[in-house]
Design a protein around this ligand. Structure first.
Ligand code: LLP
Length: 446
């Protein structure tokens, strides 16, 4: 397994993260356990900020909180000077509860409800990224009713669709997000936005995909947005002050993944901006980005305890862990690949090839196929790396499995930032109609 951030193998042959022995973490906090390397998260934030500072452009780096939205993370993001992107009232609530300054929050989403808009306008959030005509009218009306003027960006779909190792141009711009450029919807949106008395059009936004390794897609999007900005200026006289290029920068999950360094992604998307805009006689806009995975992905490691095994000679050996698709749905959803090692025997040589199964009643609940490991035994701790993004945030209670705890580790200290769910948490929102009610069984009490 590739060792990310502060991960090392200590003298006892145990995986250590943030100066904490992960075998000890598993014993202290139980498993499954999400372990987040605080120094690595901070380093990623700084890499973005430093790369943009080097570009000489005005900029904002917003953490896409969908990747990992908990209150401690919001605090950390604020301390590092980033802004925050939220896509629901739940993410917004989490940020506000953590004391995140509302004016540094951007609100995304393709179907913000009137209640969500009301909540966000009332809270005084900084920017709405408006996705569609329905929202444009709704937001203008709600802002007017509160006598507020709201800064907005228009989300456009530039017809650039990026895939992990590839990018392609989609002629039909078939996406549920944003105003498309090709059909003229984006131009119409700009016209209407400029007419709304309670909205201030700051600029445009595009997000072309996720886990992208090459820069051509981003560059192509910048070109398309630039062309659009010029067309809007010709038609309306309005000038965009902000170009938000979204997130999507790739990270290394497994050997063979070859993401660029953050500074190189930033350089690639910013290097032509100054010259291109200046040549076009257009005031150079601020460039905003919204990384999620790059900030937290490789900072996360999930610890599991190994339990049962099933050896099918000549076929495969299944090694089961005490979590699975409930804490990491990505392999089941996207055939995502992960690396892992035995945290308590990290310096031992690999001896066999096994497949790591989750504990859900679902054949598709497999975390890793064909993983090289020392001969694992029940009780060993399996550490799966690069689980910081879209794991906790996409976790579920399927099979009524409790969501794990999350700890931040730094300088040999581990702090719980999300408690493990209790059995009581599982039934907290359940209601038994009076006609069906009886006393809980004594035996079931926890
Ligand atoms: N901005 C917008 C508007 C987005 O839709 C997203 C991600 C981001 C920023 C952050 O993208 P990132 O830098 O994290 O790639 N659940 C999937 C990922 C879905 C991403 C959705 N949008 C996964 O587990 O891979």
């Amino acid at each position: 397994m590739f060792l990310h951030g502060t991960s090392t193998i200590n003298g006892q042959g145990h995986l250590q993260i943030g100066g904490c022995d992960t075998a000890a973490l598993a014993n202290t906090f139980g498993t499954p356990l999400y372990v987040m390397d605080e120094d690595l998260i901070r380093r990623r934030c700084r890499e973005f900020n430093e790369a943009f500072q080097a570009s000489g452009l005005k900029f904002q780096v917003a953490f896409a909180s969908k990747a990992f939205c908990v209150m401690a993370m919001c605090r950390l993001i604020e301390e590092e000077g980033l802004t925050l992107d939220v896509v629901s009232d739940g993410e917004l609530y989490t940020a506000l509860q953590a004391g995140f300054p509302p004016e540094r929050i951007h609100f995304h989403g393709n179907n913000k409800t009137p209640e969500e808009i009301d909540y966000a306008v009332e809270a005084g959030i900084g920017v709405f990224v408006v996705d569609n005509f329905h929202e444009l009218a709704l937001l203008n009306a709600i802002a007017g009713s509160k006598r507020k003027k709201i800064d907005i960006l228009l989300r456009v779909s530039p017809g650039v669709e990026a895939h992990t190792h590839d990018y392609m141009l989609t002629g039909n711009e078939d996406s549920k997000f944003g105003f498309d450029l090709g059909s003229g919807a984006a131009m119409e949106a700009a016209r209407r936005a400029l007419e709304q008395p309670n909205l201030e059009l700051l600029g445009i936004h595009s997000h072309i995909g996720s886990q992208i390794f090459e820069v051509e897609g981003f560059r192509h999007a910048v070109e398309k947005l630039m062309g659009f900005a010029l067309a809007v200026r010709d038609e309306t006289g309005a000038v965009f002050r902000v170009f938000n290029l979204g997130g999507g920068f790739g990270v290394r999950y497994v050997e063979g993944d070859s993401p660029l360094e953050i500074k190189d992604y930033v350089k690639a998307i910013t290097e032509n901006i100054h010259s291109t805009f200046t040549a076009g006689g257009y005031p150079v806009p601020a460039v905003w980005v919204e990384p999620g995975r790059t900030i937290v992905g490789d900072a996360g490691t999930t610890l599991y305890r190994i339990g049962s095994m099933k050896d099918l000679p000549g076929i495969r050996k299944y090694v089961s862990v005490d979590g699975g698709m409930t804490d990491n749905p990505r392999p089941a959803l996207y055939q995502a690949k992960y690396e892992a090692l035995l945290a308590n025997r990290a310096s031992e040589a690999n001896e066999e090839t096994v497949s790591i199964a989750g504990k859900c009643c679902e054949s598709g609940d497999m975390l890793i196929w064909d993983l090289e490991l020392p001969k694992a035994e029940a009780g060993d701790i399996l550490a799966v790396s690069c689980t910081g993004a879209y794991n906790y945030s996409m976790a579920s209670n399927y099979n009524r499995i409790r969501r794990p705890a999350v700890v931040f580790v730094k300088d040999g200290e581990a702090e719980v930032v999300v408690q493990r769910e209790s059995h009581a948490d599982l039934v907290r929102n359940d209601v038994i109609p009076a006609r069906l009610r009886k006393q809980p069984s004594e035996a079931g009490k926890r």
